[in-house]
Design a protein around this ligand. Structure first.
Ligand SMILES: *Cc1c(COP(=O)(O)O)cnc(C)c1O
Length: 356
């Protein structure tokens, strides 16, 4: 049976990316060696990471003020690495708490300096994005999570401020064009929308670095990674290669504009179907809904188990909501085809017709 992969992360990748990655494990570019057994300083791998870095700059249309790095770990590593590099003892950083990931990021930052939560949607179970809040002028930076993977909200407009913006884009990176130059630092774990687990993308404006007194362990120091062209030590070579294949795929398919067009089409179909069926309830404020992760509930909670069972029977993978939120979550990352959303919507209608 055909599987429909709605996993929230690690998640669906384009079939051709998987095929090329599989081939490279056996024989990389016809050199007679696996991607897993060549040195990271060989010209073979240096070409991989350089092309990946330059594709990121091109797709995001970054100015020359920015550096692109591929670093070890997941986004959770960046929760501490960002304040370790940007926030000195006694200084204050502003954080937006719009869900589980943003609140974890704020907690980690408090190990390095003061954290001021300037916006929180906790009062309404993170079903909306704060707007028009004040950001104190003494803030070293403002941290926000562009897409709240667990709660199903997404920032569609960003605060206009002189305070440097820092964004966790783990779950909507490369899903839409925007002015990326409005951010001073962007990070994203690769496994949601740009590849395999194990590597972080980091985009940083050079001018925000080197401003704190704290000594930083070399492996955590962004400046040292920049000096080493993202090859300070052995990077997660295979994850970087899968990211390169995914970046090439995004460019070939038409870039971020095309990713956004597809994403709008999928999200419109999903949300309009859910809204038309009274057996489903969605709590997220409509204008703040995520195009990547749709979170909703069965109006009658006792119907959740049978609905999930039906999804399982029909090959719909990963649609159970996050453990602390419950309900249903349908993730629609770049590589998810429209047909999968169509298949889910057909199943939802079929279920409603029987049980509604
Ligand atoms: C998944 C996710 C994380 C955590 O990523 P790890 O790679 O598991 O550390 C952080 N932020 C956001 C927005 C996420 O979606």
């Amino acid at each position: 049976m055909k599987k429909h992969n709605f996993n929230s992360g690690p998640s669906i990748l384009p079939q051709e990316v998987l095929a090329k990655a599989a081939r490279a494990v056996l024989d990389f570019n016809g050199i007679g060696l696996s991607i897993l057994e060549i040195g990271h300083r060989s010209s073979w791998f240096v070409d991989v990471i350089e092309e990946a870095r330059s594709l990121v700059k091109e797709l995001m249309q970054l100015s020359d003020e920015y550096e692109v790095l591929f670093l070890h770990g997941g986004a959770t590593t960046q929760f501490m690495q960002v304040p370790m590099n940007l926030l000195d003892d006694g200084e204050t950083a502003a954080y937006c708490d719009n869900g589980i990931w943003g609140s974890k990021a704020a907690k980690e930052a408090s190990l390095f300096g003061n954290v001021n939560v300037v916006a929180s949607s906790k009062d309404k179970d993170h079903t909306y994005i704060n707007k028009g809040f004040a950001i104190p002028a003494n803030s070293k930076y403002l941290h926000l999570t562009t897409n709240n993977t667990v709660e199903g909200t997404q920032w569609h407009r960003f605060p206009v401020t002189d305070i440097p913006l820092v964004a966790d884009m783990s779950s909507d990176i490369f899903s839409r064009p925007m002015n990326f130059n409005q951010f001073s630092l962007i990070y994203a774990g690769a496994q949601k929308n740009m590849g395999a687990a194990g590597v972080n993308l980091l985009v940083v404006k050079k001018t925000v670095l080197g401003k704190i007194k704290r000594p930083i362990p070399v492996i955590m120091d962004y400046k040292k990674h920049i000096d080493a062209n993202s090859l300070m030590n052995t990077p997660p070579v295979f994850a970087v290669y899968v990211a390169l294949l995914t970046l090439r795929w995004i460019k070939k398919e038409g870039g971020l504009k095309e990713m956004e067009r597809r994403s709008n089409e999928k999200a419109n179909l999903l949300y309009s179907t859910i809204d038309s069926l009274p057996i489903f309830t969605s709590h997220v404020v409509k204008e703040d809904r995520s195009n990547m992760n749709a979170v909703f509930f069965l109006t009658h909670p006792e119907q959740e188990a049978p609905f999930l069972e039906l999804c399982k029977q029909e090959g719909m993978i990963g649609v159970k909501g996050y453990r602390t939120v419950g309900g249903i979550r349908v993730s629609m990352y770049n590589a998810l085809p429209l047909e999968s959303v169509q298949a889910f919507c057909d199943l939802a209608k079929q279920f409603a017709a029987k049980r509604g």
